[in-house]
Write a protein that binds this ligand. Structure first.
Ligand code: SAH
Length: 344
């Protein structure tokens, strides 16, 4: 196993059997995390990049079985932020040192391409030294091109799973993995820095599925890879299942760091929700990005993809301070930087 891990670091690859063996046991975690941290420090030092996350709408036309803001969840109080409200979040964020703003939301057709483009170009105009990231789901290639032309430079779209049959178990009929993959490759071709990823431990997920995800990521070569544990939400069809595993998530972060040394890997909010020190553990296992919430406090608890989400009561400044302390306690430090991916 020791040699296998060293080989993985040197070749950034391993055969299916070795990867599966590494995934199913925690016996080698200490070594795995140490190697991942070495790789991370060699490329990114102890820098941690921050992204200011603005969850600007919780309306969604999709009905993903795992997600709390799915269309069929009638317990959700829906909200939309205006362009001005979004700009106000950016202003606050800029003063706190954020140089990337991530506009994330459900798939909300209220925000037509034109409106998204206006939002993007207004942010770009007021904050020319900042990067705008979009995370608004599946759209046409033409829409993506328009967003790029308006000045957006990054796009986050988790593939969720790269296995066709399993994708169908997580999503209702009509949602197709093929289209999600098409989106990711379109985004890349247009010139976006792209983030993909998946949840760890949703119902029915197997080690085979995870292996398929790793192989898909090798094909896509995204700039960012976001993973976090699946967490139940009480009003979804998956409410009766169990949460994903902290330890498997950390192990996957370490594996991802070894297989994709240059990738931007966030220590996600879901990781911080499943364990009070989850994000710190994620950083120590190879993650190098944190994405604190910049949404107005009044709507924070309404973007409830899962139960018990952390940081829903704090002001942006409090979040930023708290994170600063957590990151330094873990042995890293937050930098004021757009935080682009480094390349070989
Ligand atoms: N609508 C956008 C943004 C989705 S929310 C899109 O389609 O890309 C961002 C991510 O949260 C999702 O991609 C999913 O992987 C994750 N997520 C959703 N529900 C979750 C849950 N119950 N537990 C953990 N993560 C969840």
């Amino acid at each position: 196993m020791k040699e296998m891990i060293q080989q993985l670091r040197e070749r950034q690859d391993a055969d299916d059997e070795s990867l599966k063996q590494l995934l199913v046991t925690s016996d080698w975690d200490r070594m795995l995390f140490r190697e991942a941290d070495l790789v991370r420090r060699k490329i990114y030092g102890d820098d941690v990049y921050v992204r200011g996350l603005i969850e600007f709408t919780n309306y969604c036309r999709n009905d993903c079985y795992y997600c709390g803001i799915r269309r069929s969840n009638h317990h959700v109080k829906r909200y939309r932020l205006t362009k001005e409200e979004i700009l106000a979040c950016c202003r606050e964020g800029y003063l706190l040192g954020f140089r990337t703003f991530v506009l994330q939301g459900g798939e909300d057709s209220y925000y037509k391409d034109d409106l998204i483009c206006q939002m993007v170009s207004s942010i770009r105009k007021e904050f020319p030294d900042c990067i705008v990231t979009l995370s608004i789901g599946e759209r046409s290639r033409e829409s993506y091109q328009a967003f790029y032309d308006a000045g957006a430079r990054r796009y986050l779209l988790r593939h969720e799973t790269a296995d066709d049959a399993y994708y169908q178990k997580l999503h209702p009929a009509g949602m197709l993995l093929e289209n999600r993959k098409r989106c990711l490759f379109d985004l890349k071709e247009i010139g976006f820095q792209v983030g993909a990823g998946f949840m760890v431990g949703p119902p029915f997920q197997t080690v085979e599925h995870l292996l398929t995800d790793l192989r898909f990521l090798q094909k896509l070569q995204p700039d960012m890879i976001g993973i976090g544990p699946f967490l139940t939400q009480k009003d979804t069809p998956f409410s009766g299942f169990t949460n994903g595993s902290l330890s498997l998530t950390l192990r996957l972060i370490a594996l991802l760091r070894l297989m994709f040394p240059y990738a931007l890997i966030p220590a996600t909010t879901a990781l911080g929700t499943i364990h009070p020190q989850g994000r710190e553990m994620g950083l120590k296992a190879g993650a190098n990005v944190v994405m604190p919430n910049l949404s107005p406090v009044g709507v924070r608890n309404l973007y409830a993809l899962y139960d018990n989400k952390i940081c829903t009561g704090e002001e942006a400044a409090q979040c930023r301070d708290c994170l600063e302390r957590r990151v330094s306690a873990a042995g890293y430090h937050i930098v004021t930087d757009v935080g682009n991916v480094k390349r070989k």
